[in-house]
Design a protein around this ligand. Structure first.
Ligand code: MRU
Length: 352
């Protein structure tokens, strides 16, 4: 079964991360020995994808706890709180980051003893999160079978695969599960400008998995929908508001509008940890602004006219009204999401 790509590995006193900025040409890792090094790796997108940065942040907290292992309890907790703040500031949109940090803080507070006890508990907690993420993704994949019939022609945007998680993937987990179940499917892969997660990462994962795939530019999706060559969409998510509005990679909203225009179902696949029940609607989701160079330069070479202004939001928000279903570890949630999301959260799925 799938375990051919390792996004991250805990090595006892450091977190090894596959450097995703260099894929698919260079396969090298980066070792993080401190929480701040993990925060830098998240900010620079060495590791990216909402679940992957959530689990990485948890290991960042474990590293902070190891650094405070010689401290009395109160000092260790204070150092953890400070490290948690720095990790949370690395990237603003994916709620999984704050969720991973909060979960480690809760473990620390619930663990009796001094700094060394907290460090041991946080290492165990982060390792459990890593294993749990893969289990959750596999459950998402199984639930996704209900909306991935034989012969499906599926568009996906960005990378919500093994590389974006601790393994297997969310949107790509659904495609992996359908493929493993013997369903014939064809995947259309948006290249995903400006960071090329589709061309560099998703295309690679699908080729490795032996799943039939065609790479297109983001602007071609409407053309292939109009010709009947795409019949459904599945994407990941970075934050889902209480009403189902969903932030995901920039361009997702446009894909959803196109899908609605052509009467095609549009699915979001995500763990329940991506739900931010405290946000009433998607307009409240903070959107990361990325460096201008991602647009003005291609492979280090300037392609845009000097002096032009640049806007580069990393994410957009797809309104719940355009979403046919949210595929989670608790099943496929259907509209109205104001009802189905709280019910899924109450079911306890996804909790350790
Ligand atoms: O900027 P990125 O590459 O971190 O954005 C990733 C996405 O938008 C993914 O679709 C999302 O995080 C879900 S990953 C399972």
């Amino acid at each position: 079964m799938h375990q051919d790509v390792e996004t991250m590995r805990w090595e006892g006193d450091r977190l090894w991360l596959l450097d995703q900025t260099r894929l698919p040409h260079v396969w090298e890792g980066v070792s993080c020995r401190t929480a701040d090094e993990v925060a830098t790796a998240i900010r620079d997108m060495v590791v990216r994808g909402a679940p992957a940065i959530g689990v990485s942040a948890a290991f960042g907290m474990a590293l902070a706890a190891q650094a405070a292992a010689g401290q009395p309890r109160a000092e260790a907790l204070a150092q953890l709180a400070a490290a948690g703040q720095r990790l949370c500031h690395a990237r603003p949109t994916a709620v999984n980051l704050a969720w991973g940090v909060a979960r480690m803080q809760a473990i620390a507070e619930a663990t009796p003893g001094e700094g060394a006890d907290l460090a041991a508990a946080l290492v165990r907690g982060a390792e459990a999160m890593l294993a749990e993420d893969v289990r959750i993704n596999r459950a998402i994949g199984q639930h996704g079978l209900a909306v991935m019939p034989d012969g499906a022609q599926v568009l996906t945007h960005c990378n919500a695969g093994a590389l974006a998680t601790a393994g297997y993937g969310t949107a790509l987990g659904v495609l992996r599960a359908a493929h493993a179940a013997g369903r014939s499917l064809h995947v259309w892969v948006d290249e995903t400008r400006p960071f090329w997660q589709g061309a560099r990462l998703t295309a690679w994962e699908l080729v490795q998995a032996g799943i039939s795939a065609t790479l297109i530019t983001d602007s071609m999706a409407g053309h292939f929908m109009a010709r009947g060559q795409i019949d459904r969409v599945v994407v990941g998510a970075d934050r889902i508001a209480a009403n189902g509005d969903t932030a995901n990679k920039i361009g997702t909203y446009g894909v959803a509008v196109l899908a609605a225009h052509h009467g095609l179902p549009f699915y979001v696949a995500a763990p329940l940890s991506t739900v931010d029940a405290g946000l009433a609607h998607g307009g409240l989701i903070p959107i990361e602004e990325r460096p201008a160079e991602e647009l003005t330069h291609v492979q280090g070479r300037r392609v845009a006219a000097e002096g032009v202004r640049v806007a580069n939001p990393g994410f957009d928000v797809t309104p719940a009204a355009l979403i046919s279903g949210i595929i989670t570890e608790a099943g496929v949630l259907l509209p109205p999401f104001e009802t189905s999301i709280p019910a899924a959260l109450r079911s306890g799925a996804g909790k350790a």
